[in-house]
Design a protein around this ligand. Structure first.
Ligand code: MV4
Length: 501
């Protein structure tokens, strides 16, 4: 029985995992880099250990340091969260060797799915539909040209060790085959030390739809339906929702069965995600499997009514799944917005810095998974994700309205965030109508980046008002810090009307 867990991660996901641990009566141990000494996950844990300097390749990615902390703290298990070592087969094996439970799949499942060519081959063997293309690395170009002539242009050249778009090339014309293959190969070599590439037929304007699965160590496997993740920017997810606005009950049932077959083909254990690429006619193809808990898991938790971290821990305890496929259903609609410390007006540049003020959204149907607090300085070393705002409502339209309400209430002073950009997405007619695919942000870029800006005159008036308010507060010996989220206009206006009463 797992009684103590080390969480080999930071930020919102470390706290997310520890919350479930606390509910299950499990002690949690945090690890942290020097830059994360004041991080919230360190405070939330029952115990915490420094594992090295700020750079993640000197701390969160160093297997030896994490194992050392695990031994010192005498944990039974390690939860890797997402990113960092979560899909590292060597780490999964090392934990096993040290007698520590890795809360995740075996190195075999991680390796098979981590190599995209092997994954495609394995899926084909399991009769899971894959995108038409090659299941062997491209060796010579004549063969590549022959294959492409057979499946027809356009095609995509992809790196076997890749995923998330790295090393990917779109080929429209025959004369582009050679340069695409060679540049894909060299990018893959530089990024992964493996230059194997393969060919896939190009699916135009696809949807990214993924299925959550859970598999135990007794041969049971279930799916927890889909997540629509087509709102992406440079292969970075921005918004996720479930159910998918384009899904039908028949296709959902088919895809769910294939997702279970995919997991069973690698003898999977734990929580995982099968990604599909889906075209306009709802033809679907296996793309890749993520062998970890994903960032967007909370929308599934809300609509299906499960705690995925709790399920992961039960599976790691060798318990059989308590959930049965026929008992599962989707209730209502959930949407997640990823809040990044990025400046949408400056090409989404990371914008780390001091949180001078934060008001988190609350209320009916709102979940906010974050980790920053007033006075916290976001370090520059890690992913700029600040938090995830998840809303639930009975219908999709109500969920969108609720998301707008929650985004409105979310105030962060000190850093630029993606909140205005997300709010803008909620107003795009194609999003409201659920008629969007992976080209959505590109197709609507002009609207999304053209926020209505206040005129110079308005800015001048606001500056003068803020200055007088500052003087008045100084007179009264009050703190001049503005706590209402950045605008003094509201309080200014309201005081006046009260005086008139
Ligand atoms: C594709 C594709 C079209 N056809 N494969 C992008 C990241 C990687 N996971 C796979 N990706 C794609 N693969 C074929 N055969 C289009 C994309 C793609 C994409 C996929 C999912 C979500 C967003 C995307 C944005 C651009 C391209």
């Amino acid at each position: 029985m797992i009684k103590k867990v080390l969480v080999a991660n930071r930020g919102e996901i470390a706290i997310r995992v520890m919350r479930s641990c606390r509910e299950m009566g499990i002690q949690s141990v945090a690890v942290f880099s020097e830059a994360d000494r004041t991080s919230m996950h360190v405070r939330y844990a029952d115990e915490a250990y420094c594992i090295g300097p700020s750079a993640s390749n000197e701390s969160y990615l160093v297997i030896d340091n994490i194992i050392e902390a695990a031994k010192k703290s005498k944990v039974d298990a390690i939860h890797p969260g997402y990113g960092f070592l979560s899909e590292n087969a060597t780490f999964s094996d090392r934990c096993k060797k040290e007698g520590i439970i890795f809360i995740g799949p075996s190195s075999h499942a991680i390796n098979t799915m981590g190599d995209k060519i092997t994954a495609r081959k394995t899926m084909q063997k399991a009769n899971v539909p894959v995108v038409p293309g090659t299941t062997e690395p491209i060796q010579d170009l004549d063969k590549a040209v022959a294959v492409i002539k057979e499946i027809g242009l356009p095609v995509m050249i992809k790196a076997s060790a890749g995923g998330g778009g790295k090393g990917m090339r779109l080929v429209m014309k025959e004369e582009d085959i050679l340069p695409a293959v060679s540049s894909s190969k060299s990018e893959a070599k530089a990024a992964f030390g493996d230059d194997s590439v393969y060919i896939e037929k190009y699916i135009n304007s696809p949807h990214h739809i993924e299925f959550q699965i859970l598999a135990d160590n007794h041969g049971n496997c279930i799916h927890l339906f889909e997540r629509e993740c087509s709102v992406q920017r440079r292969h970075q997810k921005v918004i996720e929702e479930t159910p998918s606005p384009v899904m039908t009950p028949e296709v959902r049932d088919e895809m769910g069965k294939y997702a279970v077959a995919a997991a069973k083909a690698v003898n999977y254990s734990g929580a995982g995600t099968i990604e599909f690429i889906v075209d306009d006619q709802l033809n679907y193809y296996f793309l890749e499997m993520n062998t970890r808990l994903q960032v967007e898991h909370p929308i599934t938790e809300r609509v299906v009514g499960v705690d995925l971290v709790k399920e992961q821990i039960n599976i790691a305890n060798n318990e059989p799944l308590s959930l049965k496929q026929e008992d599962l259903s989707q209730k209502g609609h959930a949407i997640e917005c990823r809040i990044y410390a990025e400046d949408p007006e400056n090409n989404f540049m990371p914008n780390p810095g001091l949180i001078k003020h934060i008001t988190e959204p609350l209320g009916l149907g709102v979940r906010h998974d974050g980790y920053v607090y007033k006075g916290y300085e976001i370090p520059m070393y890690y992913d700029p994700l600040i938090s995830k705002l998840i809303v639930w409502a009975p219908t999709r339209t109500e969920a969108i309205d609720r998301m707008k309400r929650a985004l409105y209430a979310y105030k962060i002073i000190g850093i630029k965030t993606s909140i205005p950009f997300l709010n803008r997405i909620m107003d795009v007619p194609a999003f409201r109508q659920g008629k969007y695919n992976t080209h959505f942000i590109q197709d609507n870029e002009e609207f999304l980046l053209n926020e209505e800006k206040p005129s110079q005159k308005l800015k001048d008036i606001a500056s003068i008002a803020a200055f007088f308010s500052y003087l008045k507060k100084l007179e009264k010996h009050q703190s001049p810090v503005n706590l209402n989220g950045g605008s003094n206009w509201k309080t200014f206006g309201r005081k006046k009307s009260l005086e008139r009463l």
